[in-house]
Design a protein around this ligand. Structure first.
Ligand code: HEM
Ligand SMILES: [Cu+2]
Length: 644
């Protein structure tokens, strides 16, 4: 019978909740992480005492690093990441699918179902995003006065560093993690990601990284901002070690996420899903993944060099011992600039995926859009020294970096043209995902245009290190990526969770976030041009009123994010109104599946007939052929030992 091809659950669910509580899960992971930290800290301290050079400083970075390594090992051990390799080494049978049968406990452990990992990612990213947002509220509270009031300048630097680093760490995973892991298999017609165990590993590394970064608070903080510049990093308190370890965990996670997505898209596409039928969102993720795989190892390597400088007194970045802080600047920004596009490209993917659905028109210039994304990806490796115009670089190199940076506006401009072409003469539906997507173009345009001034050497040298830069990158990252991500959340969350999101709350969220975002950050361009520097608590009293205005707007912006939280709690927890399977009438593959998506996604692997953008095209063929429905054996009808 047909039903024989439906895979069934691998093992029976464990009997009691007590057995689940005592297994390999996040509870055990926390215990072992704390224990691992303590144990390795003691070992590290013993080693550090023997090493002569450690006696010169009052803190023991060797012990801290050892502790953090121990915590990482304990964390992974507790989650069960070593079970599979150990079983294989011992020649025991190992389970390929892990934790998928555990009910609600799936979400608190290693699970190889990509849909579970995606939800875990979503919760983790939102959680840390709100913590970093809370930091921003404290920053703006302090800046409401032109003098240091409730936060001393040393602590202020830590606050800014935590805010910036946390935001960038979480937003690098912000689309790839939740939306990428959930949607890539569904959009390409696959039952899973290529490396399910690695997928889960990246999630738990990201969660750990978030907590390790917060650990810096207890170790004296760190003053370098998210850029970790030497020699400041070399002189910093032990909180710096938390920055190094957490950011390198994110680096490792990014490489693995990237490899997983690239491999999945290359090898697991359904028959007929040719490269030029691949949804544009998947292209956005593929180009992002290429950047992640190439750039993140450089970050990790540079961070480990900084760790060596802080422990065994190597001197890669220490000028007094013959090293060069400029080397750090280059290694960091060789990662740091592509990182900017690791943040932007998924945003492009989301909005270009959403526009055709709500404009009811085909995506205009699909191939050009893909070329634009690759253009951005390629150029993003050739521009990094535009961050170093005033850092003592060879002046003859400046025009080159100025030129390549300005070149990037061409492929970026292409993305805008694709958007405009798609919207041309369209009769749009202004649902919440569409509103966020449209605002993406508005905000990113402001971010992009001000970026041209920063790529230009003369204007860069005057605005460098000022609030002009601050306003610029918030327009691209928050106005761009975060707005796109919100659009993506309102668009796909009904599919992911099975519940409708409240449309009215969504609209309130959108309008307040959009208005207060612009009221917060637009005036900061002016503050920068008037000479307000970054990373200080005190500024010229003439800028006081401007800053009070900005702080009030920022608090309202923070409040607007609470509307999202209220919406999530109300819609997903309290009201729980089931979502339709295709509420937006999208042609894309994921929306053709029932809601909630069945465990194996597709009963049969579909055969793809066309790209999913044939809106308003008369007689467009169905996007995919799902074959005749399978006959499921009822519990009574199933003959003994028959099906499965
Ligand atoms: C409520 C929204 C936000 C507000 C009010 C806000 C405010 C600020 C302020 C005032 C600073 C500069 C502090 C200083 O230099 O003295 C800052 C820095 C920064 N923010 Fe935000 N921010 C917000 C959201 C975000 C988001 C969503 C991201 C990224 C996803 C982000 C990334 C950064 C980064 C990377 C820095 C630089 C930190 C450094 O100097 O190393 N921010 N933010
Ligand atoms: Cu850059």
């Amino acid at each position: 019978m047909e039903a024989a091809s439906i895979p069934t659950a691998v093992t029976a669910p464990p009997s009691t909740w007590r057995r689940q509580l005592l297994g390999f899960n996040v509870v055990l992971a926390v215990l072992l992480a704390v224990g691992g930290y303590a144990l390795f800290h003691v070992i590290g301290a013993a080693i550090g005492k023997k090493a002569l050079f450690m006696t010169e400083t009052d803190q023991d970075d060797i012990a801290t690093f050892f502790g953090l390594i121990g915590a990482t090992l304990g964390w992974l051990l507790g989650l069960g990441f070593f079970n599979y390799p150990v079983s294989r080494i011992l020649g025991r049978p190992a389970s390929l699918r892990e934790g998928e049968e555990y009910g609600a406990w799936r979400y608190f452990r290693l699970c190889t179902d990509h849909k579970v990992v995606a939800i875990q990612y979503f919760v983790a990213v939102i959680f840390f995003f709100f913590i970093a947002g809370l930091n921003a509220m404290f920053i703006r509270g302090e800046l409401a006065s032109d003098n240091s009031t409730f936060i001393q300048s040393g602590n202020y630097l830590t606050l800014v560093s935590l805010h910036g680093t946390m935001m960038l760490m979480m937003m690098s995973a912000g689309v790839l993690g939740p939306l990428g892991n959930y949607l890539v298999p569904l959009m390409i017609g696959s039952r899973r990601m290529a490396f399910p165990r690695v997928e889960s590993l990246t999630l738990w590394l990201t969660v750990l990284a978030g907590f390790v970064l917060l650990g810096a608070i207890f170790l004296g903080g760190f003053p370098t901002g998210w850029t970790g510049y030497a020699p400041l990093s070399d002189q910093a308190r032990a909180g710096m070690d938390c920055y190094i370890v957490s950011f390198s965990l994110i680096g490792i996670a990014l490489v693995l996420v990237g490899l997983n997505i690239i491999t999945t898209v290359m090898t697991l596409r359904a028959p007929g899903m040719t490269w030029n039928r691949l949804p544009i969102f998947v292209w956005g993720l593929v180009t992002t993944s290429i950047l992640a795989v190439l750039a993140a190892p450089v970050l990790a390597a540079a961070l480990y060099m900084a760790a060596l400088d802080r422990t065994v007194t190597s001197s890669f970045f220490v000028p007094s011992a013959g090293g060069s802080p400029f080397l750090w600047d280059n290694l960091f920004w060789f990662f740091g600039h592509p990182e900017v596009y690791i943040l932007a490209l998924p945003g492009f993917g989301i909005v270009l995926e959403i526009l055709p659905v709500f404009a009811r028109k085909p995506l205009w210039g699909y191939r050009v859009a893909v070329a634009g994304m690759f253009g951005v990806a390629l150029l993003s490796f050739m521009v990094w020294q535009h961050h170093l115009f005033v850092s003592g670089m060879n002046a003859n190199l400046r025009p080159f970096y100025m030129f390549t940076t300005e070149l990037i506006s061409i492929p970026t401009g292409i993305i805008f043209l694709i958007g405009i072409g798609t919207l041309w003469r369209a009769r749009m539906r202004f649902s919440v995902p569409m509103l966020f997507s449209l605002s993406f173009f508005f905000n990113f345009l402001i971010g992009g245009l001000t970026g041209v001034y920063l790529s230009d050497v003369p204007s860069n040298t005057t605005s460098h290190g000022s609030y002009f830069v601050m306003a610029h990158f918030h327009y691209t990252i928050m106005g761009g990526l975060v707005f796109a991500l919100m659009g993506g959340i309102y668009y796909w969350l009904p599919k992911m969770t099975g519940f409708k999101l409240n449309e009215t709350l969504g609209k309130i969220h959108f309008w307040t976030m959009f208005v207060f975002f612009n009221l917060t950050f637009f005036p900061l361009f002016a503050a920068g041009l008037l000479g307000m520097p970054r990373r200080v608590t005190s500024y010229d009293p003439s800028l006081h009123n401007l800053n009070v205005f900005v702080s009030v707007a920022a608090f309202c912006l923070g409040a607007s994010m609470l509307v999202l939280l209220v919406n999530l709690v109300w819609s997903l927890w309290l009201r729980r109104e089931p979502a339709e399977s295709n509420p937006w009438q999208s042609k894309s593959l994921e929306w053709q599946l029932p809601t909630p998506v069945p465990a194996y996604n597709f009963e049969r692997i579909p055969v793809i007939n066309s790209a999913p953008y044939g809106y308003g095209v008369p007689d467009a063929p169905p996007v995919a052929d799902f074959g005749p429905p399978l006959v499921r054996p009822g519990p009574v009808a199933a003959p003994e030992g028959g099906a499965a």
